[in-house]
Design a protein around this ligand. Sequence first.
Ligand SMILES: [Zn+2]
Length: 47
Amino acid sequence: MAPTECPVCGGRVHEYERIETTHRGDRYRFCSDEHKSEFERTPENFL
Ligand SMILES: [Zn+2]
């Protein structure tokens, strides 16, 4: 099951917005494009 919290801020994600990325085979969803970009820049900071 995909996580339903934004790994950057812990906020709730909106599934219908499909702001997501894949890192090492796991899918992550985000509350905003901004947090997606932050995660993609330094994923190890948020795992
Ligand atoms: Zn967030």
